[in-house]
Design a protein around this ligand. Structure first.
Ligand SMILES: O=C(O)CCC(=O)C(=O)O
Length: 277
């Protein structure tokens, strides 16, 4: 159902997936917790808040449960598919100048494939999907996430060609090379309550907020119980993400076997949040 969309856009956008009133409650709680009631005291640029809680997907975004069925084989196939409140609040930056999304690709700094905590393989279960929640309206001038919709195929080829796996640090150089060839750069905008479910290989980055309104989103990983499989069997069809990955590689099916260790990598973000140096 979503294969074509994943291949063309890199993501599926579910507008109206979360009730705007609920979004406002969650944002208000975070702003109150952080003492951000007075705009004159706001910081400048992005602030990444750690999660204080996670909301059950079927309760707050039932439409997303249906989409997960097609994309990754359903909530039952996931080790984690809830919505945490780890907001990324991108505060206005008065020094920033408005620029179209395409311009962000000229500076490779910040562009990444999500997953700074594990060694990456073509079939990695740690990031079955990149989920992005728009907790408030996001417009072009509000520092939206910028995505490279045509990054999926070269990223899939890179991971196919490295069955030994790549640590996050080893991905940095190749990501720059992939980005240099990308031409389809878009801003992820949309109304409050939109849930974006993106292919895990989608390259993306933050951008400066040139408006006077904070941009409030969160990122999450839909984590799978098992590695992805790119060959259908009698009792299991390919999920949309697996089928899209095959299409991106120009094949109907693919055999992939990891030859290196699947391992966790201590990320800078985790160290920051746990207060360790
Ligand atoms: O803030 C954004 O728009 C993107 C942030 C991001 O990509 C990340 O934290 O991994």
């Amino acid at each position: 159902m979503y294969v074509e969309q994943l291949v063309q856009d890199g993501f599926v956008r579910l507008e109206g997936a979360i009730d705007p009133a609920f979004c406002e409650e969650v944002v208000a709680r975070a702003f109150e917790r952080e003492g951000w009631d007075d705009p004159t005291t706001w910081p400048v640029g992005p602030v990444h808040l750690p999660a204080t809680t996670s909301y059950d997907l079927s309760t707050v975004a039932p439409a997303a449960v249906d989409a997960l069925g097609h994309l990754v084989g359903g909530v039952g196939a996931c080790r984690f598919s809830d919505i945490p409140d780890n907001m990324i609040v991108n505060f206005p930056d008065p020094a920033a100048t408005p620029a179209p999304a395409a311009q962000r690709a000229r500076d490779p700094e910040g562009w990444h494939k999500d997953g700074d905590w594990f060694r990456h393989f073509l079939d990695s279960p740690e990031q079955g999907l990149l989920g992005i929640v728009l907790w408030r309206d996001v417009t072009e001038d509000m520092g939206p996430t910028c995505i490279a919709s045509d990054s999926l195929a070269p990223m899939a080829e890179l991971l196919r060609d490295h069955p030994e796996g790549l640590d996050p640090a080893e991905l940095k150089g190749p990501v720059r090379e992939v980005l240099a060839g990308c031409r389809d750069i878009r801003a992820l905008t949309g109304p409050q309550g939109t849930v974006v479910l993106a292919h895990p290989f989608l390259l993306h980055t933050a951008s400066p907020n040139t408006s006077s309104t904070p941009r409030v989103i969160s990122n999450t990983s839909v984590m799978l119980r098992e590695p992805m499989r790119f060959e259908a069997t009698d009792d299991r069809a390919l999920t949309d993400v697996e089928a899209a990955t095959c299409r991106l590689l120009g094949v109907d099916r693919a055999r992939f076997e990891a030859t290196g260790p699947r391992r966790k990598v201590a990320s800078e973000r985790e160290r920051r949040w746990s207060g360790r140096p």
